[in-house]
Write a protein that binds this ligand. Structure first.
Ligand code: NAD
Length: 468
């Protein structure tokens, strides 16, 4: 059976047929530069000792530091971590984030460990990375992924700082930290917000929407979301606020359906209180969670794990757009089925890049040691007020206090981060469309995305030359 790394490389190989780089160079781009496998002991709270298995893979050193999340899941295996690291290389290239790709994983089900045990696992893992120089603000910068969040990133940053006393840029060793620990405003929501920008941009293309039999614009689009974690929750929130309807949400234990639309926060609170998504007031239960993927909808948003769409279920997918929040939800066997059915797949290596984009902003903030907007906010506000006064003078009319406050506020950190993310997602989508349109034989946006990534990484390797 092909593993996830083989699957990523299969798509990579298809994309190389639209380039003319030497085979050796393409081989160098495709392979995973370093893989570090770690086994270490954990003393459980009952006194027994358990061996924990973990990995960190650095796919491409063509730009440093390398960057990518840390996943906690019982399903983690070496080739999966390598595949996710490879996707990070291509993702960073597509959105012009100047990092190579990396990924880490610890093979645990977090729910089976106490908070104290999770902290000791995270700190020991970080220590192992420090020992082999697999972490550092200029070397390798982890971030959250499936099963991890701000809490784990704070533990990692603290461990790294403790082992590197006096290192000025130590907090740049990891991103996705709490704002109080050097994190940046907007990082928590960034992947979901980026998915919203990607979908909004796709829906704004009248010709693309006409081809799919959809009206232009996000307004009224019916969306099914799989996975109400960080990515799924925030993507659902921004899409709903942008006018879309979340008609179904699928979680591990089942799915719920409501044609009138679901509020992700109410569903999240219901699941927190009852322990299950099922039984949400006003919604219909679907005990078979996988069945939610096959519902009649406009947009399907997988935001859980990879390998969701296979040759088996792809023919039954009714969505017109698949927005890949998760990494690798579509297997290479499902892609041709989606092409055949005329489904627009907005590929993971583009559309879920909001997280790494804002992680880049967080890293820049850590290196500059100052909050975005701190130096310029009041200066810009003063300029805006001057402009308003000039308009008032010229027109003889006065703005209300509310209008004045809205037009002359000066950008703060969240405004600047969200604006940088919006610009990144819009321009990268236009690049993908331009590549697909320039080469009529390129079958979809995924191959267009890989082609764009290969061009950028290849150019970098050719300019760098080969050492020694
Ligand atoms: P998360 O742990 O916060 O959420 C994942 C959710 O999926 C959980 O609520 C889990 O219960 C649910 N889930 C698991 N199995 C399921 C199933 N079979 N059906 C339905 N739901 C299921 O993780 P996340 O950070 O939201 O990451 C989700 C995906 O997005 C992963 O593929 C990850 O690699 C990718 N991703 C995450 C980020 C990020 O910034 N966190 C960035 C880019 C890509």
């Amino acid at each position: 059976m092909p593993n996830f790394f083989d699957e990523v490389n299969k798509t990579f190989d298809e994309a190389t047929t639209f380039t003319d780089y030497p085979t050796g160079l393409l081989d160098q781009i495709r392979c995973c530069n370093s893989v570090y496998r770690i086994d270490f002991p954990l003393r459980r709270k009952d006194g027994t000792i358990e061996v924990i298995h973990a990995w960190r893979a650095e796919h491409s050193h063509h730009k440093l530091p390398v960057k990518g999340g840390i996943r906690y899941s019982p399903e983690v295996y070496e080739e999966e971590v390598m595949a996710l690291a490879a996707l990070m290389t291509y993702k960073c290239a597509i959105v012009d984030v100047p990092f190579g790709g990396a990924k880490g994983g610890i093979k645990i089900e977090p729910g089976n460990y106490s908070v104290d045990e999770l902290e000791r696992i995270t700190r020991r893992y970080t220590h192992e990375l420090v020992k082999k120089r697999f972490i550092g603000p200029g070397i390798d910068v982890p971030a959250p992924d499936y099963g991890t969040g701000e809490r784990e990133m704070a533990w990692m940053a603290d461990t790294y700082a403790a082992l590197n006393p006096g290192q000025l840029d130590a907090m740049g060793c990891v991103t996705g930290k709490p704002v109080t620990q050097g994190g940046v405003r907007g990082r928590r929501e960034a992947t979901g917000r980026g998915l919203f920008f990607a979908l909004r941009e796709a829906c704004a293309q009248p010709d693309e929407m006409a081809r799919l039999g959809l009206s232009p614009g996000l307004e009224g689009k019916r969306i099914v979301v799989q996975g109400l974690g960080n990515v799924g929750y925030h993507a659902a929130k921004f899409c709903r606020e942008g006018g879309a309807l979340i008609i179904a949400i699928a979680e591990r234990e089942g799915a719920i359906l409501s044609a009138a639309g679901l509020d992700e926060e109410a569903v999240f609170q219901h699941r927190k209180q009852t322990g299950s998504i099922l039984g949400f007031p006003g919604a219909t239960d679907l005990p078979d969670t996988a069945a939610a993927l096959e519902l009649d909808c406009d947009v399907l948003l997988p935001a859980a794990l990879e390998g969701v769409f296979t040759a088996e279920n792809a023919p039954r997918i009714k969505a017109r757009v698949i927005l890949e929040g998760a990494n690798g939800p579509t297997t290479p066997e499902a892609d041709p089925v989606f092409r055949e059915k005329g489904i627009m797949v907005i590929p993971d290596i583009y559309c879920n890049a909001g997280g790494v984009t804002v992680s880049y902003f967080e890293w820049l903030k850590n290196l500059s040691h100052v909050r975005f907007g701190r130096l310029s906010k009041r200066h810009e506000q003063a300029n805006e007020l001057q402009m308003l006064k000039a308009i008032e003078g010229a027109t003889g009319k006065r703005f209300s206090d509310t209008e004045r406050a809205a037009m002359a506020k000066g950008p703060d950190e969240a405004d600047l981060v969200n604006s940088g993310l919006e610009e990144t997602m819009i321009s990268a989508f236009q690049d993908l469309l331009a590549t697909r349109r320039a080469h009529p034989r390129i079958p979809d946006l995924r191959i267009a995305a890989f082609v764009n990534a290969i061009h950028k990484v290849a150019r970098s390797y050719m300019e760098l030359g080969i050492f020694p």
